[in-house]
Design a protein around this ligand. Structure first.
Ligand SMILES: *Cc1c(COP(=O)(O)O)cnc(C)c1O
Length: 407
């Protein structure tokens, strides 16, 4: 085996490294080309503005939008806030009902909970066992007061991809705005805001090999022309929707990252999904009692989320520090609550605590995957050897039938 560099990064849903090509493109914009893109009176400003507009075009092309529909933000958290709060405030006189789901990113869930305190009514749609929203449930939830539907394109824990085009069509039918959080999906799956009926789309650069702290919100300009109440005031940048001096190097990198993503999407889909499948096959070949979380096919090509029954996810991670992965309990940060996403797809609390999320990426190699398979299998077996429950299960004892002493 070729020597892998440790620790092996398998947490690409949390963030990705800036692609070296992206970094090279950004570099001059920190030093030589440092102008403020809003400076209208001199060369420094014009050059910066041209760079920003180039980036805007690169991002627009990746999602089938026109340049003017891209609003730069600090990331997908801000984009989600602007989309939801901006639409809610703008359309308050038309209605106060918003539809979302139980498995959204916290940037959507917390924003919706905040709006509840401001008199909005939020419907949190359930998802099926694979993590998908049923488009029919969206149709049934829409009522005259509904102003916005916000449903993620792909889930950040289990990688499940929602039927976005179908949902978009239903929203159009009822004249309800459709926002989708594309942080995990953009750059990985082909997206066309026209064909998919998307009105608002959140993107984050650092999830697609661009820099942290920059993102975008796609805001539809016709059929319908979407208007949002700004959430940050001052200066009137970005068509008045998001004031603040633009992060020029960040935007340059974001744009380049979008261009690279478009150019490599097809080959990367094949290469990384093959590695992901190799990982899953390798684990299954050596371990019993492991379960795939999420959708078997409608999932991001770089995602594998697995429950290893009878093994604590946290102990598993501790036992394999050479692998940088996430556990099904760690996502809600400090607390050891099982992930709300796993709970929502019906994974029992016991099993949720045994879950690990593998996030492969552009720089993942076959050697790394082979090492990961070996390391995970070895650690799971070691931990299970210490587990009386696993032993009893192997002996055919139905654990559910056991009368535990003392409660
Ligand atoms: C990472 C992520 C976000 C937040 O993006 P930031 O740019 O880090 O603010 C929002 N939604 C999803 C689905 C994500 O994966």
């Amino acid at each position: 085996m070729k020597k892998a560099k440790f620790p092996i990064y398998l947490d690409s849903h949390a963030t990705t490294a800036v692609d070296p090509e992206v970094f090279r493109t950004m570099a001059p914009y920190f030093t030589e080309v440092f102008g403020n893109a809003a400076s209208r009176n001199h060369e420094f400003g014009w050059t910066a503005e041209a760079a920003v507009e180039k980036g805007r075009g690169q991002i627009a092309r990746l999602i089938g939008a026109s340049d003017k529909e891209i609003i730069f933000t600090s990331g997908a958290t801000e984009s989600n806030n602007l989309a939801i709060m901006g639409a809610a405030e703008m359309l308050r006189s038309r209605g106060n009902h918003i539809i979302t789901s139980t498995v959204e990113h916290k940037a959507v869930l917390d924003t919706c909970h905040y709006l509840e305190t401001k008199g909005f009514e939020i419907t949190f749609l359930p998802v099926d066992k694979t993590g998908r929203v049923d488009p029919d449930s969206v149709r049934k939830a829409i009522k005259p007061q509904t102003i916005l539907v916000s449903l993620m394109m792909a889930n950040n824990e289990v990688g499940t991809i929602n039927p976005i085009a179908e949902i978009g069509k239903i929203c159009k039918e009822y004249g309800v705005l459709f926002h989708t959080d594309g942080a995990q999906a953009i750059g990985k799956i082909p997206v066309d805001v026209e064909k998919m009926g998307i009105d608002l789309l959140s993107i984050s650069a650092h999830k697609m090999y661009g820099p942290k702290g920059v993102g975008a919100l796609y805001v539809r300009r016709k059929n319908p022309r979407v208007r949002l109440a700004p959430q940050i005031h001052g200066g009137g940048h970005e068509r008045g929707m998001r004031s603040g001096t633009l992060n020029v190097p960040g935007i340059v990198g974001f744009g380049k990252a979008a261009e690279v993503a478009a150019a490599t999407m097809e080959t990367e889909t094949k290469r990384v999904s093959a590695l992901r499948d190799r990982l899953w096959a390798g684990l299954q070949a050596e371990l019993d009692e492991i379960y795939l979380n999420g959708h078997p096919t409608e999932r991001l090509y770089n995602n594998l989320n697995v429950s290893f029954a009878f093994v604590e996810g946290e102990s598993l991670m501790m036992g394999m520090k050479e692998l940088a992965v996430s556990s099904g309990s760690a996502c809600t940060s400090a607390s050891l609550e099982p992930s709300y996403v796993l709970r929502a797809i019906g994974v029992g609390e016991d099993l949720a605590h045994t879950s690990i999320r593998f996030g492969l990426g552009r720089f993942t190699t076959e050697e790394e995957i082979d090492y990961a398979i070996q390391k995970v299998c070895e650690t799971v077996k070691k931990l299970r050897d210490l587990s009386p429950l696993y032993e009893m299960a192997k002996e055919g004892v139905d654990l559910k039938s056991i009368q535990w002493a003392a409660h």
